[in-house]
Ligand binder design. Structure first.
Ligand SMILES: [Zn+2]
Length: 122
């Protein structure tokens, strides 16, 4: 899929977050309080990314997970906004998903802080 096709497939808000590394407003995401079981997929390419079993309520206003599916995501250093953070991207298509922090409350110690608009729950 080329960039033009991706742009047509997504809403302007989705495109801004997924392809231009934007961030949705906290507590705005449709999937934030979704407790259904299933698999969270990349909105752009449909790759399986996270299981609903790893989702937890972090209180941050963004959907949070303590573990990604094996080989599902890539990690990149992000030094924008005067911070050093770890960016989480879809390994298959490279789309921006959110950030990874090492302050998770569960046994993995990880907190994947993701944008709801980047994900579909299947
Ligand atoms: Zn993808």
């Amino acid at each position: 899929m080329n960039e033009e096709d991706i742009k047509k497939k997504l809403t302007p808000e989705e495109y801004k977050v997924l392809r231009q590394k934007g961030t949705e407003a906290p507590f705005s995401g449709k999937l934030l309080h979704d407790k259904r079981t299933g698999t969270y997929q990349c909105k752009v390419c449909g790759a399986d990314l996270f299981s609903s079993e790893s989702k937890f309520d972090s209180g941050t206003g963004w959907p949070s997970f303590d573990e990604a599916l094996p080989s599902a995501v890539g990690l990149k250093q992000d030094t924008t906004h005067g911070m050093v953070r770890t960016e989480v991207v879809c390994k298959n298509c490279g789309s921006h998903l959110g950030h990874l922090f090492d302050d998770g409350p569960t046994k993995t110690g990880k907190r994947y802080c993701l944008n709801s608009v980047c994900l579909d729950l299947i």
